[in-house]
Ligand binder design. Structure first.
Ligand SMILES: Cc1cc2nc3c(=O)[nH]c(=O)nc-3n(C[C@H](O)[C@H](O)[C@H](O)COP(=O)(O)OP(=O)(O)OC[C@H]3O[C@@H](n4cnc5c(N)ncnc54)[C@H](O)[C@@H]3O)c2cc1C
Length: 578
């Protein structure tokens, strides 16, 4: 089926919906493979950062400083400035659209502490995270979805985008599978925005929803668009043991503390100032160190998150959801018992490279691919550099989702549709037909399982050459095996086996790009910690990785792009001591 719009947005999480809302006079289609309010944004717990200064003095420049420093200086600094400045305005926009934030007694938006957010350039933690209990993302998504419905955005729910269409040097549409009917659709557009989220399902222990399979990144990658800084993947310190389900940093923001098997609050030893509220890469590494040195609980590979001293009232009022997770998944009562936790795969700092208006750029010279935009976790602006601070993703969605939407509004006013390329559905149809007719006998579940185990083993908090090479070889083998995946369900209606197999192909590409970047980057920076190169190396590595897909399934070509610094001594890269 063929349909024509001004703008097609793939993804109905915070980024996609924020962009959709900037286009009141355009015809806009939003495609989402899950029902919009099931997007992963709805799982965000802790909050959204903005230097409102409602409870204590704060300044956007302090927020910018924390973002740059937290990102271990791999951040493009003008983008971080936009993030920190625009955050304030964006929060008030959300408030006016109806988001029910927690309030101070005098009626202003309440704010709490979060890792790495400090006052006066690193002096002490500051209250910067605006929140709605521990359901901030849920509230944000519901608010935005209601607004989108009010603005008559056209939703195509349970449509799986398969391919990006490019003609005459411009992006001009998307091909998608309607999951309900198995039908292939072409969406012809003047501009396309990818807001498809992350790929945390590449690891066995993960905080991410089932839909976080890296679709948008892989679709772009297959069309010759590079991926930026894919080696920079964040592991959140506090996932429920073995399950990975997140216990938000909001808990530590309220005062919860990490406890080892010897009963020590060990973060004091590593980070005397910020303690449990140090940035996530650091806390995750400290946990792994405690475990490796035999101070895990009962000699096992976990430690505790201790909330007991917060008291029942704070726990029930401010952290209701996450404490319920501990009860449901582990049978632990956080009011009386410490909760077993371990680091969990959480967030992609890397992704599709964009400029500050969400325009996708395809090389080290910042050449845009006209008509193509990306925002949210799928994109790399880059504001998070080598490590994202908690609460900075939701801000990224709303600030850069909004900028991308506004830029698209200008773009579609000045440009007409370009024709579709010939045989534009062939690529997508071949992908689907191959899977439906394959008799190769391979199981998608086996491949996914092996991939997730390998990534957890060798591409996790600590990395080194040997393990990364092992992961590369394993993924190359899995890419070969993937060609032989055979489905049991050959039907058209709600063929979820087909959907999952397609997503697995996307996930393999994202994992391969991650390992390529990680193998090449011979230094330690932010979330990318190499045991064999433990130091940060600004002389050789203060640069972004760009990975282009090569000819073979697992091959790639690497290039690099300068990090943009501004001329201000405060933001000059220095050692990241707290
Ligand atoms: C458990 C958890 C808690 C978090 N807590 C916080 C927090 O407190 N503060 C914070 O700042 N950040 C937090 N984060 C991070 C943040 O929530 C995410 O990075 C962010 O919500 C991603 O939003 P998004 O709009 O980019 O994508 P998502 O919300 O992931 O949405 C992706 C959308 O793309 C669609 N999609 C994907 N692929 C396709 C396809 N092929 N075809 C059609 N549609 C497709 C999906 O259907 C979905 O609508 C948390 C993340 C997790 C996992």
């Amino acid at each position: 089926m063929y349909q024509k719009f001004d703008v097609v947005i793939v993804g109905a999480g915070g980024a996609g919906l924020m962009a959709a809302m900037q286009l009141p006079n355009a015809s806009v289609a939003v495609l989402s493979k899950v029902y919009p309010t099931r997007s992963h944004t709805g799982a965000a717990q802790g909050g959204v950062a903005a230097a409102l200064g409602n409870l204590e003095e704060d300044h956007w420049k302090w927020h910018m400083y924390d973002t740059v420093k937290g990102g271990d200086y791999l951040v493009d600094q003008p983008a971080a400035e936009i993030l920190a400045r625009d955050a304030i305005d964006a929060i008030y926009e959300l408030e006016h659209r109806g988001l029910p934030f927690n309030r101070t007694p005098d009626g202003r938006i309440d704010q709490r502490r979060f890792g790495g957010h400090t006052r006066n350039y690193g002096e002490a933690p500051v209250r910067r995270s605006c929140y709605a209990a521990d359901r901030t993302g849920h509230m944000l998504l519901q608010t935005m979805y209601q607004n989108a419905i009010k603005n008559q955005v056209r939703f195509f729910n349970e449509f799986l985008a398969l391919d990006l269409l490019i003609n005459e040097g411009r992006v001009c549409g998307v091909v998608a599978l309607e999951i309900r009917t198995g039908e292939i659709h072409t969406f012809h557009a003047k501009a396309v925005l990818f807001a498809t989220g992350g790929y945390g399902r590449a690891w066995r222990v993960t905080s991410n929803a089932f839909a976080c399979m890296g679709d948008g990144m892989a679709i772009a990658y297959r069309r010759g668009i590079p991926l930026e800084d894919m080696e920079m993947y964040q592991f959140h310190p506090t996932g429920l043991y073995k399950v990975g389900v997140l216990l938000s940093e909001g808990a530590r923001g309220e005062g919860a503390r990490l406890l080892n098997g010897k009963g020590e609050y060990f973060m004091e030893r590593y980070m005397p100032t910020l303690k449990d509220l140090a940035p996530r890469d650091i806390v995750s590494r400290c946990i792994i160190k405690e475990i490796k040195e035999g101070r895990g609980v009962n000699g096992e590979d976990y430690v505790y998150l201790d909330l007991r001293h917060l008291g029942e009232k704070v726990i029930t009022e401010k952290l209701p959801d996450i404490t319920e997770f501990a009860r449901n998944y582990l049978g632990v009562e956080p009011i009386r018992e410490p909760v077993p936790i371990q680091p969990t795969a959480h967030y992609a700092m890397g992704g599709i490279p964009t400029d500050n208006d969400g325009r996708v750029v395809i090389d080290s010279k910042w050449t845009p691919l006209p008509g193509f935009y990306a925002a949210g976790e799928v994109a790399c602006v880059s504001v998070h550099g080598a490590n994202r601070l908690g609460t900075n993703s939701l801000v990224d969605l709303i600030v850069f989702g909004r900028r991308a939407g506004k830029h698209m509004a200008r773009f579609i006013a000045e440009n007409d549709h370009v024709p579709l390329p010939s045989h534009h559905e062939d690529f997508a149809r071949e992908m689907v037909d191959h899977l439906l007719t394959s008799k190769g006998g391979e199981s998608a579940a086996r491949i996914r399982n092996e991939l997730q185990g390998e990534m957890l083993e060798n591409v996790f908090v600590e990395r080194q050459e040997k393990g990364l090479q092992h992961a590369m070889d394993t993924i190359a083998g899995l890419q070969e095996a993937y060609k032989k995946v055979q489905l049991q369900d050959k039907g058209k209606t709600f063929n979820t086996e087909l959907v999952e197999a397609i997503e697995l192909g996307f996930l393999l590409d994202c994992a391969a790009a991650t390992v390529h970047g990680a193998l090449a980057r011979k230094e330690s920076r932010g979330a990318h910690y190499r045991l064999d190169y433990p130091e940060r190396d600004d002389v050789n590595w203060l640069k972004h990785t760009l990975i282009y897909k090569g000819d073979g399934a697992c091959e790639a070509r690497l290039d690099y792009k300068d990090v943009i610094l501004i001329d201000d001594p405060i933001f000059k890269p220095k050692e990241r001591k707290y």
